[in-house]
Every structure is written in C-alpha cells, then in structure tokens.
Write a protein that binds this ligand. Structure first.
Ligand code: C5P
Length: 227
C-alpha cells in the first residue's frame, strides 16, 4: 500500500488528535500535533514575560525565534511523541488553560507561522504522516492525498475539553472553557495569515453525534479508498 499524507484540520477540541493518533497507530504512520508546536512557542513567550492579559511584545518573540528548538520525542510508554522546547519536556505545561488563553494570539504572528510551517513540511517530506492543525490541508500540505475537516458544536467541544481538564485536576469552570473555545475559533478563522478554512478538496466530518469508533471506521474507509 502506498504511503500518503493525511491532513486533519478543524476547530479546537473536535477530537482531531485522538483520530490522528488512532490512524497513525493503525497505519504505522508518524503523527504530528502542530497545535503542540504553537502551544510550546506560547509557553516560551509566557515564561519570558513577552505575553500576558494586556500586553504582547511581538518583537522580542520574533527576535527569539531563531533560538527556539522544538522537537517531538517518542515516549514508548505513552505510545505517542511528546513536545520538547529547548530540550525540556513541556507536554504537561502546554496543555493548560493559561496557554490556551494566549495561543491564538501567538499563532497570528506570521514569523511564528513561517518557522513552524517550514519544520512541519520537513517532517512530512517522506509521506506516511498524519498531521493535525488548522492550516495543514490549505498551507502546509496543499497536495495531501487525504484532507479531513472536523467540526462539532461549540458546546460539545467545550464539554469535551472541560472533562479533559477536570480529569487532569485543573481548576476551571465550564463557562471559562466555552469562552476560550469560542474566542479561539474567532481568532483562528479571522486572522490574516492562514486562517482556519475548509480546503476545497477536504471531506467534512461533523462528529457531534459520532463516537470514536464510528469516526475512526469512517475515516479508515476513506484512507483505504485513497491508497
Ligand atoms: O490544536 P490545538 O487546539 O492544540 O491548537 C492550539 C492553537 O494553535 C489553535 O487554537 C490555533 O490558534 C493554533 N494553531 C494554528 N495552526 C495550526 C495548529 C494550531 O494556528 N496548524
């Protein structure tokens, strides 16, 4: 079976990463979570004091970009790759609601996008990759053989994210999570550089009423039709 590139885009908390991981494991492909890369850059900016609720020093962040090293390292116990920033594992730190609050602002910066897109294209140059994000089918791999665009209602998505955060022991309210999901949707779809949009040749899946297994079976069929 020939190896292909699978691009999965969509709104936040649509279960893109769960689907992408299932596919990668099943097909023996590499999985790349590009949201983790934008989150790692955001975590860096927060640590350095370049961004907070009422301030964003874009210039300093842009000047630091050449010194930022982002790597995925496979954790065999977990069965997936974790995000490393300048050789430090930041997998837990990047998943907090604080990082979610600022990540879409950081992702608007063209210089940040250019750096990450270049690295993502390099990772996918040999195909056999499942990549999820917001601009994979439109910008990173416009020639991907299979493009999926995932949607679900904002309340369904916020509930999923809320359950995840509560399970991890985070102290958040449902309203806070819903507000964050809606704010990110708005910024991600309205930004000038690489806004979130459905690629012309993408297949849209609304998974509000699909469970993981149903969704996986559906997409696996699409993969088999493509390869
Ligand atoms: O996928 P995740 O929700 O972790 O992504 C976090 C944020 O990173 C998104 O809300 C978006 O602002 C940004 N992002 C992006 N382009 C990508 C992946 C993520 O702009 N390819």
């Amino acid at each position: 079976m020939k190896k292909i590139t699978i691009a999965i885009d969509g709104f936040s908390s649509t279960g893109k990463s769960t689907l992408a991981k299932q596919l990668a494991n099943n097909l023996g492909y590499v999985y790349v979570d590009t949201g983790a890369m934008y989150r790692a850059v955001t975590f860096f900016a927060m640590q350095k004091g370049y961004i907070n609720a009422d301030f964003f020093d874009k210039e300093s962040l842009i000047n630091s970009l050449p010194y930022l090293i982002l790597q995925f390292k496979f954790n065999a116990d977990l069965g997936f790759a974790e995000m490393y920033l300048n050789d430090v594992n930041v997998e837990t730190e990047i998943r907090t609601i604080e990082v979610s609050r600022f990540v879409s602002k950081v992702a608007e910066v063209s210089e940040v996008r250019a750096k990450l897109v270049e690295q993502q294209q390099e990772m996918g140059k040999n195909k056999g990759i499942v990549m999820d994000g917001r601009d994979i089918g439109t910008v990173v791999f416009p020639n991907a053989e299979l493009k999926i665009f995932m949607t679900a209602s904002a309340t369904t998505r916020a509930q999923r994210r809320y359950d995840e955060l509560i399970q991890k022991g985070d102290n958040v309210t449902f309203e806070e999570v819903l507000k964050n999901v809606e704010e990110r949707d708005h910024i991600d779809t309205h930004r000038e550089d690489s806004p979130l949009e459905v690629a012309q040749d993408a297949i849209e899946i609304d998974n509000s009423h699909l469970n993981r297994e149903e969704q996986f079976a559906l997409v696996l069929e699409l993969v088999n039709d493509t390869t």
